[in-house]
Design a protein. Structure first.
Length: 72
């Protein structure tokens, strides 16, 4: 039973990492593409990182809140 709990926590940590990393990477790639396309310096890159970070934090919040509701 203890091994299952450790595995569940490892999966949760992996999900948290992916929920933060993937939106940020998507924002970076999309922002860099739009900056090259419209020659805007790094405005879209910065905006993409900020939006990706906010999206990642919101996803982690939803994930963690669901996990806490399961424990009650």
């Amino acid at each position: 039973m203890k091994d299952i709990k450790i595995l569940q926590y490892a999966v949760l940590l992996t999900q948290i990492g992916l929920n933060i990393a993937l939106p940020i990477m998507g924002g970076v790639y999309t922002g860099a593409y739009l900056d090259r396309r419209f020659s805007t310096g790094s405005a879209f890159l910065i905006l993409g990182v900020i939006l990706g970070l906010l999206s990642g934090v919101a996803g982690v919040y939803r994930l963690v809140s669901i996990e806490f509701k399961k424990k009650k």
